[in-house]
Design a binder for this molecule. Structure first.
Ligand code: ADP
Ligand code: MG
Length: 265
């Protein structure tokens, strides 16, 4: 089972949108896929049109009220399941995060899913804080969305350093799949320039070839909670962007097969 941590320093860069649509594309390609929501804000389930905090999920597993196998949510695609944060009251987010980041908690949950799924995507909260750190410790791989903007170069350096540190100190198998440019606007010369600099400065495929364009349809899809309809009934060209990303990710999973790589030395 591959566990891909979708993480970035910044919020609002497309982590949830990418987790969701990549999860759909991986499932459509025949992989038993689990979307695991680690952000207590619950936007993954909201974007899927699943009622906000209405069903048990991770929070209930953490308290021992539910077994993890009983709280996996089905979707229209039989290959795709979702594990929501569960009933996390906005005032108890700190307690939820503390329970989730207890030593061995996340790893223990994932080990119970080992035979059920080929790929688990961990949709992390914004920032490289405790939840993301634990997710990186429990994962086999990292995928990081990045917006092409002037400070992006620095963010890449920080991310690579963090991945190196987690690999050295806690999780030797952690492998960087790559950085995916998100909300990319070809009309903006500055974005193109930053992207070119990134591709040149970080060779060896650290910046993935697949680029997610900025498009209003993502905003509409999150508001309506209908990415499944969007993807399955009438797949627009944008769905193909995620099929492409899924191909890139699957290629890397195959070629890396869990071995740590040297790309960021
Ligand atoms: P994060 O999980 O990193 O906070 P989200 O995926 O929730 O980011 O995206 C933040 C907001 O931007 C959401 O309203 C989402 O619908 C919108 N969004 C995400 N990706 C795109 C995109 N490629 N084009 C336009 N809007 C996007
Ligand atoms: Mg998010």
């Amino acid at each position: 089972m591959h566990v891909i941590c979708v993480a970035s320093q910044k919020g609002g860069v497309g982590k949830t949108t990418i987790s969701l649509n990549l999860g759909l594309a991986l499932a459509r390609a025949g992989n038993r896929t689990l979307l695991m929501e680690l952000d207590a804000q619950g936007s993954l389930c909201l974007s899927l049109g699943l009622p906000d905090r209405a069903r048990p999920g991770i929070a209930e597993v953490l308290t021992g009220a539910e077994h993890i196998g009983n709280v996996l949510l089905r979707t229209r695609d039989p290959q795709l399941h979702v594990l929501s944060v569960g009933r996390v009251d906005p005032t108890t987010v700190a307690g939820f995060e503390e329970a989730l980041t207890r030593t061995g908690m996340l790893t223990g949950m994932l080990s119970k899913l080992e035979s059920e799924f080929d790929i688990v995507l961990l949709d992390c909260p914004a920032g490289l804080g405790k939840v993301t750190s634990r997710a990186l410790e429990a994962a086999t791989h990292v995928l990081s969305p990045l917006q092409a903007e002037p400070l992006a170069l620095r963010s890449v350096g920080q991310l690579l350093a963090l991945v190196d540190r987690v690999r050295a100190e806690k999780n030797p198998r952690l492998t960087l799949i790559g950085i995916v440019l998100s909300m990319f606007d070809r009309q903006t010369p500055a974005s193109l320039e930053v992207a070119e600099t990134l591709w040149t400065r970080f060779p060896g495929g650290i910046i993935l070839d697949s680029v997610i364009p900025r498009d209003e349809v993502f905003l509409e899809a999150s508001l309506r909670g209908s990415p499944l309809l969007l993807m399955q009934k009438r797949p627009p060209p944008l769905a193909r962007v995620f099929d492409q990303l899924a191909n890139d990710v699957l290629d890397r999973l195959d070629s890396q097969s869990g071995a740590a790589t040297e790309e960021d030395d």
